[in-house]
Design a protein around this ligand. Structure first.
Ligand SMILES: Nc1ncnc2c1ncn2[C@@H]1O[C@H](COP(=O)(O)OP(=O)(O)OP(=O)(O)O)[C@@H](O)[C@H]1O
Length: 289
């Protein structure tokens, strides 16, 4: 599935759910001798309802910083981030909490992003109770959510450690979906998973989007992932977006020299991926024997 070149459907024609306009993020200086560190140098991007925009670039280019800025977790020094037309770049804590109904996040590491002491049921109940949902209604919603992410209903009574990496990421996705968000920031959500699990989790993201119309800002360093999931792609380099556009156009005919280098680097086989593929083939052969 990951190598399937079939493009995502056309970009939805709905209005913007997120507009990032000339955003500058500066992390505070670590000591009095060092200046603040400018991680984003005037980044602009928009995401329409129901759309996936992939954010690619090498390590340290600022992908996570942009995701964190959207979530209100990175210091926006200049520029504007608007959600559904409203400026959210400098919200207070209470307004930010209220926005968590609408903007959610799925992190990379399914092993650290879930509280190991809480059952899956409790993990999913918490955001519902905070939103004022009754316990009875929360129970019903949790059954629905587990079904949506293809986990058995009895998962609610178990702890995260009883699940595989892919299943844990399904739990994290269910938690993100609890309050019907319109935008999910996905920060390398399949990078820690083996190839076949990646493919199934990506399919789940796509299926959820087709059903709910949620939009994704999908951060990844992996071009095969971005080709599979994104309608459009933005390429980051040293805190700037150097190229953006329709995924197929950018990945098949990159214009910027950095994007061209990124595409060339992706053609060089990654030893981890080769090992993954070998193991997959061995598993298939064993299953067939
Ligand atoms: N809290 C922080 N304080 C100071 N500098 C930071 C902080 N967080 C990130 N940076 C710096 O900002 C730059 C961008 O980092 P960021 O994590 O956004 O990149 P990235 O593209 O997501 O990389 P990766 O793929 O490795 O996660 C890096 O130089 C990083 O060292």
């Amino acid at each position: 599935m990951m190598t399937n070149p079939t493009p995502r459907p056309d970009t939805p024609a709905h209005g913007s759910v997120l507009e990032v306009d000339e955003v500058v993020v500066e992390y505070p200086a670590k000591g009095w001798r060092t200046p603040p560190f400018r991680a984003l140098h005037g980044v602009s991007l928009d995401i329409r309802a129901g759309e996936t925009v992939g954010l690619v670039g090498e390590s340290g280019s600022g992908k996570t910083t942009l995701g964190r800025a959207v979530l209100g977790l990175a210091p926006v020094r200049e520029g504007r981030i608007a959600y559904a037309g409203r400026d959210i770049s400098r919200l207070g804590a209470r307004e930010r909490r209220a926005l968590s109904d609408e903007i959610q996040v799925v992190f990379q590491d399914p092993y650290t992003s879930l509280n190991p002491a809480m059952t899956v049921g409790d993990i999913l109940t918490e955001p519902l109770l905070v939103a004022g949902v009754s316990r009875g209604a929360a129970g019903e919603r949790i059954r629905e959510l587990l079904d949506q992410v293809s986990l058995p209903a009895d998962a609610a009574h178990r702890l995260p450690r009883e699940f595989s990496g892919g299943q844990r990421q399904r739990i994290a996705i269910a938690r993100a979906l609890c309050r019907d968000p319109r935008l999910i920031v996905c920060d390398e959500p399949v990078s820690a998973l083996d190839l076949s699990t990646q493919a199934r989790v990506l399919d789940l993201f796509i299926e959820i989007q087709e059903r709910t119309g949620v939009a994704y800002l999908f951060i990844t360093h992996d071009l095969s992932v971005v080709r599979r999931i994104s309608h459009r792609v933005a390429v980051m380099y040293r805190g700037e977006i150097v190229e953006s556009g329709d995924t197929r156009a950018v990945t098949s005919q990159p214009q910027h020299p950095y994007t061209q280098r990124l595409m060339l680097a992706a053609l060089v086989p990654d030893p981890d991926r080769q090992r993954d593929r070998r193991e997959q083939r061995r598993g298939l052969a064993a299953a067939g024997s």
